[in-house]
Design a protein. Structure first.
Length: 186
């Protein structure tokens, strides 16, 4: 199956070319039209930030998460899931690669850490999830989208001190720009 032009092609450029190389925390967010940064003081704050985003989400939205091991990607997803009405524990899908949860919207929690290249992600059926009826949260987004230019909300999480986090949020595509505008307005 071939993706529609400009949508989820691993080598396509869909976002405006905005170079952010050299800015702290922007290793993945390079080709987006808008960038906004927030800080949280602990895991609960990271989950609360994610919970603020949940009511704004619609079927087909994609959140591309990047950051080092232990940066808070799964913690973020836990807060998002709870706010989507998911009652079961959300755990890292590192060893199973994809976990599906039922809530107000289906949540597809995808972890690309163990994959070596974008083709492996496509072989897992990633396109079906991206074009599906739920919200995709993709950890280790840089394994699939090294330029940060595929449509969606791109969030790079970086530890700050003992328990704080810096979250650099970028938008690629009209829908993600709308989401980011709503997030920054709250």
């Amino acid at each position: 199956m071939k993706p529609a032009p400009g949508k989820y092609a691993a080598n396509g450029r869909t976002g405006a070319q905005r170079q952010t190389a050299g800015r702290p925390g922007f290793g993945i967010i390079k080709c987006v039209s808008a960038i906004w940064t927030t800080h949280t003081s602990d895991a609960a704050g990271t989950q609360a930030f994610a919970a603020r985003i949940a009511p704004l989400l619609a079927a087909g939205d994609v959140l591309w998460l990047s950051g080092d091991l232990g940066s808070g990607k799964t913690t973020f997803t836990q807060g998002l899931g709870r706010a989507l009405g998911i009652g079961q524990p959300i755990v890292s899908p590192t060893f199973v690669l994809i976990r599906e949860y039922a809530g107000r919207l289906p949540l597809y929690h995808i972890d690309l850490y163990r994959l070596d290249n974008p083709r492996e992600a496509l072989n897992l059926g990633l396109r079906d999830y991206l074009d599906g009826d739920g919200v995709c949260v993709i950890e280790w987004a840089e394994r699939f989208d090294s330029h940060g230019d595929l449509p969606g909300l791109h969030i790079h999480i970086e530890p700050q001190g003992d328990s704080g986090r810096r979250l650099d949020c970028g938008a690629s595509g009209a829908r993600a720009e709308t989401l980011l505008a709503q997030i920054t307005a709250n």
